[in-house]
Structures are given as C-alpha cells and as structure tokens.
Design a protein. Sequence first.
Lengths: 60, 138
Amino acid sequence: MTITLNHFSAAAVFALFASIVFGITHRETTRDMVRYGLYCFAMFLGGVLVAGWAMWLIRR
Amino acid sequence: MANSTTEKTKTAPAESMSMMSVLAPALGWLIPGAGHMIQKRWIRGLLLFVSIVTLYLLGLAMQGRIYRANGGDILDILGFIGDVGAGALYILTLANDWGQGAIAFATADYGTKFMIVAGLLNFIAVADAYHIAIGKKQ
C-alpha cells in the first residue's frame, strides 16, 4: 500500500501527531497539555505557512 | 527495633519505584505509550501509542527508507538513532525487510522523515514515562 500526501497535508499530519506528543510530555495537568498541544499545532502550521510565503517571495 | 521497622517501610516503596523506573522506559521504548499505560496513565499512553505508531506506519506507507546500523555518514548514523527509537516497530520493519525506500515516489523522503521523527518522539515519551516513575511528574 502506498500513500501519497502533498506537502501541506504531510506537514499537517506531522504537526498533529507531534503536537499531541509534545502536549502530553511537556506539561503537567490535562488542561495545560491541551493548551500546549494546540499551541504547538498552531506554531507548526503557522511556521509552514510563513516559510511557504517567504519562499514564494524569494522566488519572485 | 522501631528503627528497623521504619527503615523497612521506607525502603519498600523505593525498591518498587526503582523497578518501575527501569520497566516503564524499557516497555515504553518497545511499545510506544506502554510506559505510561503500565503506570495507569491510560489515556496518555493510548494517545502516545496512536500518534507514534500512526506516524511511523504513514512513513512506511509513503515508501520511506529505514536506516540500518552503520558507521558511515553522520546523517545516516543520526537517521539510525532516530529510527531505533521506534522500538518494536523498527525491529518488525527490519525483520520483514520493509522500508526499502522508493526513489520513484517524490514523497518517499517525507516518509523517511516521518519514521525518524516517530522514533525521536518515542524517546521523549520514554523520558516522560521515566519521570512519572521516579515521581518527578504526575
């Protein structure tokens, strides 16, 4: 079985699972884990979008 | 007499804790999330298991390449260290000769990185299981 993901969906899947692990392992309480997980997810995807637009600007 | 009784009650939990501090990381390395589950952190363990295993299997399905033990290029060595963190998944992949990597697929390199990161995330989960076992974290 072969799965083909485009760049953004690969980054989104990566961000989702990495954020879950970061949230669980880096915070003490459940509430903090959820908040930190969401924060990491937003930072991952935000970073992807910023880097994408930066590369688009450099290319022009 | 009273002192010896007190010492016994003090050493008993310490012994069980030291056993758990070895067992939880070892089990957690072999099966992602199991180090948490053995300490009754069921939801955390399940989430870790699903996250790490899914990431690793996605990497395999994307035709990612597995790194074997090597003494060559530094990036290959680091790739091996990352992959080996996946524990039983890594052993299973080697045993079945999966993870050969396909140059034909442009996304195969994403798959390789997914597998390395899954292993590295499992190392973090193992460290967390250890911290729970020694009482540093709830």
